[in-house]
Ligand binder design. Structure first.
Ligand SMILES: [Zn+2]
Length: 681
């Protein structure tokens, strides 16, 4: 073995030289040397490319991958010799003062190097590198830990009462007490050792809790009734340069050494991380053949494809042709999900009196996204602060539903079931797309209070039950035409909730729906319609992942139409008390809706046709909130009649063209000075 180690040392030197690691090492030494300060521990991070090193020498490659702590000792001794021979650090006295961190750039892509966070049993005794991936569900604030410490013998006559003989360095998975304790004894004279506090080296430490991405399935619609389930998290340690390298709610790939931390009677399996990489899930690069065929059949109109998509969508839950407006809005919201900051969002609020069907439909729809979260009523929607479970007593931020739904949908159920303070919080989050947490220093053992602002990148879905709200509430006595009694909710909240959707009674509880519900109750697995086979749930799933990743741009015509409608509406929708009913957020919603419609049509340029659908949807929503305006659209503005055949699609196209014409007239009448494309006039 001794011979082998000697050979490995030689190869380490060759590797360091060839990989540029030696140069970096010399540079790091220089910094220590120039500081003139004497440390207990000198820490060096060495990046290792496993393929390169294995090619150079298989034994060393194997040693690094499977026995990294021992391998670090080989590097330690090489580095010590280098420092001494080249006089790189004057202050350095013993080899024990050198701490080496080996960080592999990657691991062999073999199953034996993958550690699943959900697999059992968990091998933490091997102390070797594994790859893992998961979503950050909770995150502690950064605290200090002891990187290294110097101990001295308390017996004055003992030679080890001075010098750097007893150096203790943090090893992966070690707790604070493993590094620093008061029951160590001198190996020479057996007197107790005492720490020389002036030499303690502190580093940054952050404890993160991760979950396997599969856990999110439990938070989808499937577990609707299981309000009592526990999410098993996995503890991950980020130290020094890795602290603050993760963001709560994100999906990461990590390389690290699994280990077990003993905290009193409790043992926690965890991973000491050596590298962190953000996972960006790519959407599929294709759509199903049936969608392609549908697209080619409908290429003569910009409205037909999305109309048919909506018409047959979710035929597993509701019969084709019912709830078309809502289903279109759902599809638009689904494709407007992404993890980018300052993205376009599209929140939905459904006004309904058949909550059962609506709830099923929304539940079904969130399952189409990897990050569709149904908020369980037993927990918090927004991030919260609690005490760390690992005994440090410091603050930990819990992601809760909204951050787990990052880049997806957070479905929060019945809006009227939330108390006033929650609704106020929801309103402020919808307005700012951020949430701020206050961490009192006193409570969590920190010197100062801290404030953490987290961005919220999710679309919210919710519904309100009209029947229950009219029971609880004394209705207002005067209504404008088309307006609904929404006095149960604070008007500002209604304003920030992008789109308000109400399906008019003609579409509800029709014969096909009753028939569907009964059939389903008798045989839940049955396929009731042919389209359910042609356009299966997973087809829609793929379709949405594809469409949401499309990058779309506004055309100047679409922009003009939106602007014209917005300005004209601001003038028209005005009351003496509050000024205009239309806030600036309406403009954002219009743009988001038009872009969504373009994505759903699998196009890249937003056309006037897309803007028209956006305007009709928003105008319907505004009518529900504030009553009809001079634009005066039909109650079911986007789907005024059933789509039974080719002829009805043709009729709808003619109707939408009329709407467009009507809209242009409205803009020129109420938005003077606005130039719009009036070729049809
Ligand atoms: Zn001693």
């Amino acid at each position: 073995m001794q011979e082998e180690i000697q050979k490995m040392k030689e190869i380490v030197l060759i590797y360091l030289d060839r990989s540029g690691g030696l140069q970096k090492f010399v540079h790091d030494c220089k910094k220590y040397n120039e500081s003139k300060q004497s440390y207990a521990v000198y820490r060096f991070v060495i990046s290792i490319n496993p393929s390169d090193i294995a090619e150079l020498d298989a034994t060393l490659g194997n040693y690094i991958l499977h026995n990294p702590i021992k391998a670090a000792e080989v590097f330690q001794s090489v580095c010590f010799v280098a420092i001494k021979t080249l006089s790189l650090i004057e202050q350095l006295q013993t080899e024990a003062q050198i701490s080496i961190l080996l960080k592999p750039t990657h691991l062999p892509s073999l199953p034996s190097y993958v550690h699943s966070l959900s697999a059992f049993p968990f091998n933490y005794t091997s102390h070797r590198f594994y790859m893992s991936e998961g979503i950050v569900i909770a995150m502690g604030i950064v605290t200090k830990y002891t990187q290294g410490a110097r101990f001295l013998c308390t017996e004055e006559t003992c030679p080890f009462s001075e010098g750097f003989r007893y150096i203790r360095v943090h090893l992966p998975g070690a707790t604070e007490s493993a590094t620093v304790r008061n029951d160590f004894v001198c190996s020479l004279c057996s007197s107790p050792l005492q720490e020389d506090m002036t030499f303690r080296v502190l580093g940054d430490k952050q404890i993160v809790e991760m979950i396997d991405a599969k856990v999110l399935n439990a938070l989808k619609g499937y577990s609707n009734n299981k309000s009592h389930f526990r999410i098993q998290t996995f503890t991950v340690f980020l130290r020094d340069e890795l602290a603050n390298r993760m963001t709560i709610g994100n999906h990461y790939k990590i390389i690290g050494i699994p280990t077990c931390v003993q905290n009193g009677p409790q043992a926690t399996a965890c991973i000491e991380v050596s590298s962190v990489q953000l996972c960006k899930p790519n959407g599929p690069s294709f759509i199903g053949e049936n969608f392609k065929y549908l697209l080619s059949l409908t290429s003569n109109s910009c409205w037909r494809f999305t109309a048919l998509l909506a018409n047959i969508f979710a035929s597993q839950v509701v019969p084709p042709g019912t709830y078309n407006t809502l289903k279109l809005a759902i599809l638009l919201s689904l494709v407007q999900t992404c993890e980018k900051e300052s993205a376009d969002y599209l929140d939905l609020l459904v006004v309904t009196s058949d909550t059962l069907v609506i709830d099923r439909l929304l539940n079904y729809s969130i399952c189409l996204l990897p990050r569709g979260i149904r908020h369980p009523s037993s927990s918090d929607i927004f991030p919260s602060v609690s005490k760390d479970k690992h005994g440090t007593g410091s603050a930990t931020i819990q992601a809760c539903s909204v951050l787990l739904a990052k880049g997806g949908i957070c479905y929060i159920g019945d809006l009227s079931s939330y108390k006033k303070d929650k609704l106020e919080l929801l309103q402020s989050v919808l307005e700012s797309r951020t949430t701020t947490l206050f961490i009192p220093g006193k409570k969590y053992g920190a010197e100062a209070d801290q404030q953490v602002t987290l961005s919220v990148q999710t679309n919210f879905w919710s519904y309100i039950d009209m029947d229950s709200s009219s029971k609880k509430h004394i209705p207002k006595d005067s209504f404008l035409i088309g307006q609904m009694d929404l006095s149960l909710l604070p008007p500002n909240l209604l304003d920030v909730f992008g789109l308000l959707i109400y399906e008019f009674p003609s579409c509800r509880l029709s014969f096909p729906l009753v028939h569907h519900v009964l059939k389903r109750a008798i045989n839940p697995e049955a396929t009731l319609y042919r389209v359910s086979q042609q356009f299966r749930t997973q087809d829609y799933e793929e379709f949405i992942l594809f469409a949401k990743n499309l990058h779309v741009e506004m055309s100047s015509e679409a922009e003009n139409l939106i602007q014209g409608y917005y300005l004209a509406s601001r003038r028209v929708r005005r009351d003496s008390m509050h000024g205009s009913n239309l806030s600036a957020s309406a403009l954002k919603i219009l743009i988001s809706l038009s872009k969504a419609h373009t994505k759903l049509s699998l196009r890249k340029k937003v056309l006037e046709e897309d803007a028209l659908i956006a305007i009709l949807l928003l105008e319907s929503s505004l009518t529900l909130k504030h009553g009809k305006s001079a634009l005066c659209i039909e109650p079911n503005a986007v789907f005024p009649f059933d789509l039974s055949d080719e002829n009805s699609l043709q009729q709808r196209d003619i109707y939408l063209q009329k709407c467009h014409h009507h809209l242009l007239q409205f803009i020129s009448a109420y938005g003077p000075g606005i130039h719009v494309n009036t070729k049809e006039e």
